[in-house]
Design a protein around this ligand. Structure first.
Ligand SMILES: [Zn+2]
Length: 215
């Protein structure tokens, strides 16, 4: 059972409630479930801002401190040197009071390399030195395939491509939270707005399930 939306929430989230895949029920689900964000670059901080803006409670994760490249979308120059958990705890409720993190659990959005633990959805923000990448799994998505895919990726780019991949990562997380498939996959972002399918490595179990001709 979800919680009823207040009038101010209907106004704040009217754009995404109008999207058929979200709706009032979907917005309630986004407001109800927490997410941990582990990242101090453009990708992670942009994802945190979009998730919080969409109403999902956002908590910082990891032990990293904000570097000189962090100011921009969510952080200011005076935040450099702060632990990301402390900076997000202050900035997220300022951006959207609904997104103040309460309770435990929730999914994880993290810049690579990252330690993966806790509840799905998991969304990895990475890159190959040229393109940015998003890799994701829901609770039903294969742990091995996810781990093997993110192991081959490096950290996400900064700048405009980092902002773009953070935005895409937040959208992918929201879709998974709403129960929209697929349960595992990845996308390359060659340039802001230019998304390409990824062909991630598959374990034999997943490969045989997808290809009826395989043993
Ligand atoms: Zn698999």
């Amino acid at each position: 059972m979800g919680m009823a939306l207040r009038e101010d929430q209907i106004l704040r989230y009217s754009r995404q409630i109008l999207l058929r895949e979200v709706g009032g029920r979907g917005q309630e689900a986004l407001l109800a479930g927490r997410v941990r964000v582990d990242g101090i670059g453009a990708a992670g901080l942009t994802a945190a801002a979009y998730l919080a803006g969409g109403g999902t409670p956002v908590a910082g994760a990891g032990s990293l401190t904000l570097g000189p490249w962090a100011p921009g979308f969510l952080m200011s120059a005076s935040d450099v040197g702060l632990p990301v958990t402390e900076a997000l705890a202050r900035e997220v409720p300022a951006l959207n009071p609904d997104a103040e993190p309460v309770g435990q659990g929730g999914g994880l959005v993290a810049e690579l390399p990252a330690a993966w633990s806790g509840d799905a959805p998991w969304v990895a923000l990475g890159g190959d030195g040229v393109r940015a990448a998003v890799v994701f799994r829901s609770a039903e998505g294969c742990l091995w395939c996810f781990g093997e895919t993110v192991r081959q990726l490096g950290s996400p780019p900064d700048g405009a491509l980092g902002v773009a991949v953070g935005t895409l990562g937040a959208l992918v997380f929201q879709r998974l939270r709403l129960g929209l498939g697929p349960s595992f996959g990845g996308r390359w972002l060659a340039a802001p707005g230019l998304v390409e399918d990824m062909a991630p490595p598959r374990c034999s179990r997943c490969a045989s399930r997808e290809d009826p001709a395989a043993p």
